[in-house]
Design a protein around this ligand. Structure first.
Ligand code: BTN
Length: 323
């Protein structure tokens, strides 16, 4: 870590409190002039750091920066084995974590970035990931589950995100089957799990669980092609304070509870409750044909049971279903 990053981490761990330049210099074994220069540079980058003579420096408790220290402060004991890292910019957090997985890193590494320049979505789509307004987070997991069960990671993560938004932001969420999180009919979060199988064990070798949440409105809005289908947890470009860190931590807190006994499917009742088209008429896109059906139920494997107009029933595990 650079001196500047270490100073930020120190202030971040003591948000709202003043630490003198002398104390910072002493703790980090740097000169007071290096402290002063770094503070100036952090202030120029937009960090809200107050300097008061005879008291020192203080980072505002409402600073909206993603930080490993702040996220860790909100984590429960289920997350004890997680190692959080926050980057400023990266092509894709999934790609970064995948590289670590292939180099043999242990499970529990979580990488977040303020921005992704090549955020990946499903079906080779891009995931719009502008700086400072979202949570772009990937978790390295090595679950003892088969490839057929890997959907449990994505679906339980969707529930973890939904519950986190509900408890931190006090807003209602829905899940669009299979795993997009929606608010007011628009997508607020997408999840992409990239996994590889270990041929020897028959279990997954690793899974990279990537979660992208639009937290506040990007300053120039969403790109035109997604403006009608995307939304953010907060409807303007300001969320009050530390909510991204709290939200990220709450997603991890919820997810790690589900992950601890994944195949028990603890998340399933909460998943079913949030699927917004159960009991409703839907259009199923099958082999490029649109078929009218009713969405009836979700089974234990998160498959959607539909009944077509001719009375035939089918369990769908993926595919395009719209209301
Ligand atoms: C989708 O809705 O198509 C899935 C989007 C997944 C986006 C997240 S953001 C963090 C992680 N890194 C990526 O490149 N993609 C996932």
């Amino acid at each position: 870590m650079t001196v500047k990053e270490r100073i930020l981490a120190l202030l971040d761990g003591n948000r709202g409190e003043y630490i003198s330049g002398e104390e910072i210099a002493g703790q980090l074994s740097v000169t007071r002039s290096a402290v002063w220069k770094s503070i100036k540079s952090l202030q120029n980058e937009g960090y809200s750091i107050t300097a008061v003579t005879n008291k020192g420096y203080s980072l505002s408790p409402n600073t909206d920066i993603l930080s490993a220290v702040a996220i860790s402060n909100y984590l429960n004991m289920e997350c004890n084995n997680l190692h959080i890292e926050v980057l400023k910019t990266v092509p894709s957090t999934n790609e970064s974590v995948k590289k670590l997985a292939l180099n043999g890193a242990a499970e529990g590494i979580v990488i977040l970035s303020e921005e992704q320049t090549a955020g990946r979505g499903r079906k080779s789509r891009q995931f719009f990931s502008p700086s400072g307004t979202g949570i772009y987070m990937s978790i390295l997991l090595r679950p003892k589950i088969s490839a057929q069960d890997s959907f449990l990671l994505t679906t339980s993560a969707a529930v973890a995100v939904s519950m986190a938004i509900e408890s931190v932001a006090h807003k209602d969420t829905q899940i669009k089957w299979v795993n997009d999180v929606f608010m007011d009919g628009k997508k607020v979060c997408g999840i992409l799990t990239e996994a590889a199988l270990s041929v020897e064990s028959g279990w997954l070798d690793y899974a990279v669980l990537g979660i992208g949440i639009n937290v506040s409105l990007p300053s120039h809005g969403f790109p035109e092609e997604i403006t009608d289908i995307a939304t953010s947890v907060f409807s303007d470009d300001k969320n009050s304070g530390d909510l991204r860190n709290r939200l990220a931590a709450e997603v991890l807190n919820n997810f790690m509870v589900f992950y601890a006994s994944l195949t028990d499917r603890l998340f399933l009742p909460e998943y079913k409750k949030r699927i917004f088209f159960l009991g409703k008429a839907v259009t199923v896109l099958k082999e490029n044909k649109q078929c009218q059906a009713t969405a009836i139920d979700i089974d234990d494997n998160c498959r959607l049971k539909v009944r077509y107009e001719n009375g035939e029933e089918e369990y769908l595990s993926s595919g395009e279903v719209s209301i």
